[in-house]
Design a protein around this ligand. Structure first.
Ligand code: ERO
Length: 308
């Protein structure tokens, strides 16, 4: 089976990679991804200045899911400007995830990161965990203005990391914006923002920041992730590739993301829980399924979802 996939003209050795945020803040973590079977090295979303992030506990698992309010801990973009050339030596695509607290910050970071030539740039429009900073992609006008301005300074292929949408009118609106802004790919979905998980033993919330509200990940979010991948795939008709994110624990979960229309997938909670070995296991499980289906590559499954 041919394991490679192409997104925005870039060849990936496999379609399975880490999600931004999962074990990808420090040089050591990023190098461990480089040394793993991950099909790319995706950085934590980087901000203008280094950040420690929110107070702990800020990431906790519960049955079939996780909740986080990390608060964008990262080294600050200048550290990644220095790191990206080294990460490219691993001979797999490097995806730089960027996040700003203002349009000017986004533009400064995007300009500097573009200059060190990551293979792709992922613009995070969907961080749910910073008080006073709503998820940008829920404000369609602001999102379009921002993407248009970033597109003007970025030469590398660039994509948007989106939050889940829950209404077809929102998928319609965002798909139209993304086509107008010339994005080369999208990654859907970020965690489902502002969930609340309660510990039945203590009657307390399970993470500290924001009174316990945080982004949901893990198996429980798979149906929402699949719905968003499918909704955008139907609207893009192959013109903008999709990276599926959300709820992937097994090769079958990946296969479902491919059927829904994802060309590749990113692993968050399962990577945090299992470590780099998760990429080996998932690749084996996916290969078994793809071969059983009589396909020559994972790419052959993309968008093949049947409807009644
Ligand atoms: O809190 C975070 O650092 C964070 N958590 C998420 O689930 N998604 C994000 O996009 C994010 C920060 C950008």
């Amino acid at each position: 089976m041919n394991p490679t996939v192409e997104i925005a003209g870039i060849t990936f050795p496999t379609c399975i990679m880490n999600a931004a945020g999962a074990r990808c803040v420090t040089a050591e973590e990023l190098e461990a991804i480089g040394n793993s079977r991950s099909g790319a090295i995706v950085t934590k979303s980087m901000t203008l200045n280094a950040r420690d992030g929110n107070p702990t506990p800020r990431y906790v698992t519960f049955p079939h899911g996780s909740i986080n309010s990390m608060g964008l801990p990262n080294l600050g973009y200048q550290a990644y400007v220095d790191l990206i050339p080294r990460l490219k030596e691993f001979k797999k695509p490097v995806i730089a995830s960027i996040a700003g607290f203002s349009p000017a910050e986004f533009l400064d970071i995007a300009t500097a990161i573009d200059a060190v030539k990551p293979d792709l740039m992922e613009i995070n429009l969907s961080c749910p965990n910073i008080e006073g900073h709503p998820q940008i992609a829920y404000d369609f006008e602001t999102a379009e203005q921002l993407l248009t301005r970033i597109r003007n300074v970025v030469n590398r292929p660039m994509g948007a990391k989106l939050p889940p949408y829950f209404d077809p009118a929102h998928h319609d609106h965002m798909a139209t914006i993304l086509k107008r802004c010339g994005v080369n790919f999208i990654s859907v979905i970020n965690s489902i923002g502002n969930g609340l998980v309660i510990n039945p033993e203590t009657d307390a919330v399970i993470i500290k920041p924001k009174g316990g509200f945080g982004g949901l990940g893990g198996a429980i979010i798979k149906p929402v992730a699949l719905a968003n991948v499918r909704a955008f795939a139907l609207r893009f008709q192959g013109h903008i590739p999709i990276i599926g994110v959300g709820g992937i624990e097994t090769g079958q979960d990946i296969y479902e993301h491919l059927l829904a229309g994802a060309s590749a997938v990113q692993i968050g909670t399962a990577f945090v829980e299992e470590g780099p070995q998760v990429f080996v296991r998932l690749e084996q499980e996916l290969t078994t399924i793809v071969e059983r289906k009589g396909l020559r590559s994972a790419t052959e499954a993309v968008g093949r979802l049947k409807e009644f």
